[in-house]
Structures are given as C-alpha cells and as structure tokens.
Design a protein around this ligand. Structure first.
Ligand code: ARG
Length: 563
C-alpha cells in the first residue's frame, strides 16, 4: 500500500506534477505532527504565495479519503494523520498474499549477472564469498521483479597455469589421489611446481609448451584440461548448492578463444589499436588511465581481451538491458578500462555495463586457523560455522529434532548474511563468534524470530481463520504501528535493493522488522486475547513470518521451521 501515492493523488497544485508532490511527501519523525508531511516551500515561487498560505489552502481543498483521519497545516507544512485501523487492515491484507513484494516492472527486460566467476583448479576461498552471495541475491531480487535474469559464472579457465598444472601432474601427480583430494590436491602440486621452478627453469619452458598444446587442441592436453575443470566444478557445485546459488551459463574465459578476433578487427578498423613494444593496446592516457592491454608481444591475449569478447557475446546473445559484473573492487581499473574501450568503439550499450564492486573479507584473528598458507577455503568456513551452530543447539536445545539440518541452515545462513548485511564496498572482518550470536544484527537472530512467529502461529492453529470481524484497535499502539509501517515498506525495499545493487538494504530491513516484531511480541499479548482483538495481532505475526522467510530466501538463506 503506497500511502504516499494515495496522499499525492489527493493533492492538486497547478503547474506541479503529481510525481513531484509524491517525491516531496515524507514520513514524519514526530507523531504529534502526523504520519506524513508535505513541505510547501518549493511551491512558493510558482504559486506566488507564502508556504504558510499554500499549506492552508491545500488543507481547505483537501477532499478526504479513507486512510486519512486528519489533515493539518502547520508553518508551511501540510501534515497528514493516517487512520491506523484502515492502514493496518489494508497493509496486513496485502502483506499476507503470496504476491506481496513481487512485481512485474522487469517484464521484457534481460539482466546479465556475472558473479562468483571462480578460477579452475584454484581454491574457492573466502574472497569469493562476496561475489557469490551478492550476485546470487541480485539474481533472485531481479527475478522477483519480473526480469529475465541470466546468471553467468565467467570461469577463470584459461592461462599458462594450466600448462604448469600438466607438468606438475606428470611429475608428481597421482590420479586417484587427485580425484579424492580435489582442488586442494591440485593446489598442492601447483604450489610444488612454483617451488621447483626456482631451481629448474626448464620446468617453465615445459609448462609453456604444454599450454601451447592446449591452445592447439592436442588431445592429451585437452583431456587433462577438462579433467581439472570437472574436478573443480564438481567441488564448487556442492558449495553452490549449500548457498542456494544457481547459474544459467558457465561460459568462462576459454569459451572466448575463438571470439576475440572479430573484436580485435573492429578495434583495428576503428583506429583504436596502438603498438607498444610489440604489444597491442588501447591508449587511455587521455582519460587518466593506464592502457588497456589486448595482445601481448608473444601473441597471447589477455583477461581484458576476453572480457571484451564476452561483453559482445552477451549483448548479441541476450540483448541485455543491463549487464552486471559483481567483482571485487580490486578490479576497479580493469572494468573502467574495458568499459571505456566499449564506449570508444561507439557502442551505446557500454553505459549498460556496470561493475558492482564489493569489499574484502578477512578473518578475525584466531577465529579459524589458516594453516595452509593464507588460503581460507570457503567450504571449511561453512563447515566450521555449521559445527559451531550444532554445538550451540546441543547446549541450548538438545532435544531438537533434525539438529543437523537446522545447524546447516543456521551455520551457512550466518556466513552468507555476514557477506550481505553491510554496504558492498565495506571491507569486512569475519568472525565465527560474531556471526553466530543469537542477539544483535545477525542471521540467527532473524531465524530465531522467524521460528518464534512460527510457534505463535502453530499455537494459534485455526484461530487465524476465525470468521469474526477483526478489531484493529488492538493495533493502536506505538509498537504495532511501527511494525505495520515496516511491513508496508517491504515491496519498496526490494526495488531499492535491486536498483542500487545492494542486498544489504534488504538485510538491514529484515533486522529492523525482526526487532520491531520482537518489541511488539513482548509488549502485547497475542494469544490469550479476545478473538476479534487477537486476529489483527495474528495477521501481523503471519505477515512478519512470511516476510522474514521470503526476504531471507531472496538473500539465498533458508529458515528452519523451529530451533
Ligand atoms: N575469475 C576472476 C577472479 O577470480 C573474476 C572474473 C570476473 N568476471 C569477469 N568477467 N571479469 O578474479
């Protein structure tokens, strides 16, 4: 229920658009001044009247509508008092429908989201948590708004490291061991390669030769290359499943091997390519940036060349409305350069390519050991979180049924939420203890509140369907009003989070909602009330229940029914 819209539609000011009026109306902080307010200062010039006079005139002209119980003009402000009963009834009725928060604004538009984009045969480490969680959530938010969304895992599956891996495998690899050990086992021989390379420079040569064989399509080279890829994907897919993340395309860097030449030709024909020490570059000095490197002197293409080809491929294949890249801010320059090149090529859609940057995740001292160098494997963080969740359950609620399933939801949810609750650009320090507390701004707190609403609803049983006229006067108090106000904001929150590429807006909102519900829960009886007064409180509980569940699912997080 868009109250601002209802209010703005009641007001006519000559020469001022309905939209402008809508945008000027704000919620008030002081309830004695009403619930919403329209400042009239902006209209003074156009109407050649004082704001005080304008507010008075608008008050006199106000025709009245069911949601508004009173209108007052005070010092150039037009203040609206919303009828609490009408508001509560309408909001709760809307919020309890399955369609609440969904929209079709995106119908007919396609959004590409490049996210997670892990590297083959390299650890899926905690640094990839941000892109996976944020991208996964944007995917769900846009779908929820009716967009056609294409999730793309732009795999890092090209580069000389694959030549090194083959050499390392031939020297020290054991097929069975690697099949069992997965990426970690591949990592081990890769690290060994780098150590040995120092004293044996011929290894570097061999690696180069093997990489050339992959490029030329040598059967054995390709077989190993695909094997490394399969091992990695099998492993990451297990993680994606736990994180509720899905992709529509796994076209990674190697997919663009045969798609770069047309782009290079176009760049040449548009006079954008310069030679620099034998390398092909696009000079970006004029724009205060280092050049964009296209082809090295030895003929090798680069990350940027592949991204250029991928951008064309996505435009041609999906005809996107927007193409998002959820990638760490360390790559800011890369995206600026490559978007600039698209722009210089004269492609109007360059402006629709957006780098959705996010900050770094580091581990709080002592919260997890990082014995294997500096790599913190995401799967291990998840396991540790689940284990800790399990021990908390054992301590607090040892009789709980399906403990393992609940622990998985709490543990994984806590890790996901920690990557989503802060503004994207913020660097975060991850601590297991912090994300797994049940008090404060955490996922377990949300899940706990959800379980609380569930148990209220279960205890109420069929009472929520009582065929009795609800008495909304039972919501005439500060805690209920605050809760209703928040419930009412949910659809706008989803739009805002999607438009700003900020799932944190939704995450923060859910915390606010849970806090408001808990205040309401502690201050007001829900169950042992007279039926007509109990009903609105049950409706509010039901709406909160649905929003927390649905909102968390848009963040990729599951809720246990009880905990
Ligand atoms: N694989 C890269 C990395 O882990 C990220 C790729 C991001 N996507 C892209 N189209 N450049 O750093």
């Amino acid at each position: 229920m868009d109250i601002k819209k209802i209010l703005s539609e009641q007001i006519n000011i000559e020469g001022i658009s309905q939209e402008e009026i809508y945008n000027l109306i704000t919620g008030t902080a002081n309830p004695s001044l009403g619930d919403f307010s329209l400042p009239c200062f902006r209209f003074a010039k156009a109407l050649r009247k004082s704001p005080v006079q304008i507010a008075n005139d608008l008050k006199d002209a106000f025709g009245g509508c069911p949601v508004v119980s009173d209108v007052q003009a005070v010092n150039g402000y037009l203040n609206f008092f919303v009828d609490n009963k009408v508001m509560s009834a309408t909001v709760l009725d809307e919020a309890r429908q399955d369609s609440f928060g969904k929209s079709d604004v995106g119908n007919g538009k396609t959004i590409c989201i490049d996210y997670s984009s892990i590297n083959i045969a390299k650890p899926f480490h905690i640094g990839h948590l941000g892109t996976t969680a944020i991208g996964g959530s944007l995917y769900k938010l846009y779908k929820n708004l009716g967009y056609n969304v294409i999730g793309i895992n732009h795999l890092g599956d090209w580069g000389t490291q694959f030549g090194k891996l083959i050499v390392a495998y031939d020297l020290w690899g054991d097929k069975e061991k690697i099949e069992q050990g997965g990426v970690e086992a591949l990592q081990e021989i890769y690290v060994k390669f780098h150590q040995e390379e120092v004293d044996h420079p011929e290894l570097t040569e061999q690696a180069r030769a093997w990489f050339a064989k992959i490029e030329q399509g040598d059967a054995r080279a390709l077989e190993l290359f695909h094997w490394f890829k399969d091992i990695t994907l099998k492993e990451v897919n297990k993680i994606y499943k736990r994180l509720n993340v899905t992709f529509d395309s796994y076209n990674g860097e190697s997919f663009y091997n045969d798609k770069m030449q047309p782009v290079l030709d176009e760049l040449e024909s548009k006079g954008l390519v310069k030679l620099s020490d034998g390398a092909k570059i696009v000079d970006l000095e004029e724009f205060g940036m280092a050049p964009c490197l296209l082809v090295k002197a030895d003929g090798a293409t680069l990350y940027a060349t592949r991204d250029l080809a991928a951008a064309f491929y996505r435009k041609n294949t999906y005809d996107f409305y927007k193409s998002l890249y959820v990638v760490a801010y360390q790559q800011n320059l890369h995206f600026k350069q490559f978007f600039k090149v698209l722009e210089l090529m004269g492609h109007e859609w360059a402006k629709d390519c957006i780098h959705v940057a996010y900050g770094m995740v580091s581990l709080a001292e002592g919260s997890m050991s990082t014995r294997k160098g500096n790599v913190v494997w995401l799967s291990k963080v998840l396991d540790a979180a689940v284990e800790k969740a399990k021990s908390i359950i054992e301590e607090k609620n040892p009789d709980l049924a399906d403990k393992d399933e609940v622990a998985e939801k709490i543990g994984v949810g806590a890790v996901m939420f920690s990557a989503l609750q802060n503004g994207r650009i913020k660097d975060i320090t991850f601590s297991l203890d912090k994300v797994l507390t049940f008090e404060g701004e955490t996922c377990p707190y949300l899940q706990y509140t959800y379980a609380r609403t569930n148990s209220v609803l279960i205890k109420a049983g069929n009472a929520i369907n009582a065929k009795v006229a609800p008495d909304y006067a039972s919501l005439d108090n500060a805690e209920s009003k605050e809760l209703i106000k928040l419930i009412n904001r949910y659809p706008d929150i989803i739009v805002d989070a999607a438009e700003k590429y900020e799932p944190s807006i939704l995450a923060k909102y859910l915390i606010d909602l849970a806090q408001a519900y808990n205040k309401f829960y502690f201050e007001h009886r829900i169950l042992d009330e007279e039926v007509s007064r109990q009903l609105p409180r049950l409706y509010a509980t039901d709406a909160t229940n649905k929003i927390i569940k649905n909102g968390l699912s848009l963040l990729g997080i599951d809720v246990p029914a009880h905990m």
